[in-house]
Design a protein. Structure first.
Lengths: 226, 207
């Protein structure tokens, strides 16, 4: 029984990764969106290292939020249109687990690349080494929460005309705590203060999202298919 | 086995059907007819548990499908209007993943054989987006070849877009399933021959 659920989850992750590999443009769009948005700031602000160091955490995190936002429509949109979502809901496995697998695949293709490139982005802002490390860690802890919370918004707006803008209005406010503590950790690190508090809270938010978001997403998916 | 008791379907402010009851036992098929918009797809989606019923009950093995959830879905194959195929994947990959979700893990040879049975041997490794409408339908139907263990088949327009030979093949698959103790609930506008099987007919919009 549990083995079957595990196999189904692996199948979901495997399929989504395979599709991402076939449609690299989708993944690369999100990635380059993040890179370009972050890179625009040093160009716009000009060579003022102090100012850049100060705004860096906020800029990188906001860009990560927007990039995650941009990719949400893809999470269930295509599945909804081609009928695979119906089949997913009718699978004899708990939908919550399958949703978790979808979210994992989404994070691997959109969140993880951002995390890995972020230190490089931080260099443009003259962030010190410690802060770069904290940036990496905070994004690593925080971006799964972005995918998890985003999944709820994406599921709620399935099949709604102009769903993209609506998803943004629904989801961005929910991202605020993640943004505050994620960027806060980097700022704290850059100013030489402890980061454990920020990161713990960030981790707590991701864990809370891990518990509630798949369940809420599963409910929303069922409703959207009615 | 499958009992539908006095269900009602409302779409918008239109009542499509009400007081609809039927029963489907092993070896039986039910063909749902009716003009476009009479609620055939809605009925099938209700039976599959995708849509809630307005009133009334749907029972599977004496339990309400809404509460038996996963146990019911283990016994069910649903083929909807949409084929449930990923455009970027090949028929082989699509079939493998669809079956993996259902808990079936056939080998590559079995998958190829099932697709060849559907006359798709030549396109088994092309992305589905290059296939014609009828070929896509046949990829979706290839799932049925692995679904003998699931007693209840709910098929929405399984014969749509198919050529004559494929219609015959699908009829044969349905017949085999019925002979093996299965149940099939399907909609169609076409004339189909299910000789020797107990096929009830239900005409929606006629009440």
């Amino acid at each position: 029984m549990e083995a079957a659920a595990g196999a189904a989850c692996r199948a979901v992750v495997g399929r989504d990764l395979l599709i991402a590999a076939r449609r690299r443009s989708d993944v690369l769009t999100t990635f380059f969106f993040f890179v370009i948005v972050v890179s625009l700031f040093p160009l716009g602000v000009g060579p003022q290292p102090d100012m850049l160091r100060e705004i860096a955490p906020g800029v990188v995190w906001v860009a990560a939020l927007l990039a995650a936002m941009l990719s949400l429509a893809r999470m269930f949109g295509a599945d909804y249109a081609d009928g695979t979502l119906e089949q997913l809901v009718l699978t004899p496995q708990p939908l919550t687990l399958l949703v978790l697998a979808k979210v994992l695949a989404h994070w691997l293709t959109t969140g993880l690349p951002l995390v890995l490139v972020a230190p490089l982005m931080g260099l443009q802002f003259d962030l010190p080494g410690d802060a770069l490390r904290t940036l990496l860690v905070s994004l690593l802890i925080g971006t799964p929460a972005l995918s998890l919370i985003g999944a709820v918004g994406a599921a709620l707006t399935l099949g709604v005309r102009g769903g993209g803008a609506l998803t943004a209005v629904l989801v961005l406010p929910l991202y605020v705590p993640v943004l505050v503590f994620g960027a806060g950790a980097v700022t704290a690190s850059a100013t030489g203060m402890g980061v454990a508090g920020h990161l713990s809270l960030l981790g707590a938010m991701t864990l809370a999202a891990l518990v509630f978001a798949p369940w809420a997403t599963a409910m929303a998916l069922r409703i959207s298919l009615e | 086995m499958l009992e539908v008791l006095q269900i009602e379907c409302v779409r918008g402010n239109r009542r499509l059907f009400h007081n609809l009851s039927f029963q489907l036992d092993a070896n039986q098929a039910l063909r749902v007819g009716g003009e476009n918009g009479s609620g055939k797809t809605s009925l099938l989606r209700m039976v599959a548990g995708l849509s809630p019923v307005e009133s009334g009950e749907i029972l599977w093995k004496d339990g309400r499908i809404a509460t038996s959830g996963e146990d019911f879905r283990r016994d069910l194959v649903f083929l909807g209007h949409a084929n449930g195929l990923k455009d970027d994947l090949t028929p082989i990959e699509n079939l493998r993943h669809a079956l993996a979700l259902a808990g079936v893990k056939p080998g590559n040879a079995a998958l190829r054989y099932a697709l060849a049975e559907q006359g798709l041997a030549g396109v088994a490794d092309l992305p589905v987006k290059l296939l014609s409408q009828g070929q896509k339908r046949r990829v979706a139907l290839a799932r049925l070849g692995f679904s003998a263990g699931k007693p209840l088949w709910v098929l929405d327009e399984p014969f749509a877009a198919l050529d004559t030979a494929s219609v015959r093949r699908t009829e044969a698959a349905v017949l085999t399933h019925l002979r093996g103790g299965g149940m099939v609930l399907f909609t169609t506008h076409q004339e189909v021959e299910l000789a020797g099987a107990q096929v009830q007919a239900l005409e929606l919009g006629a009440q």
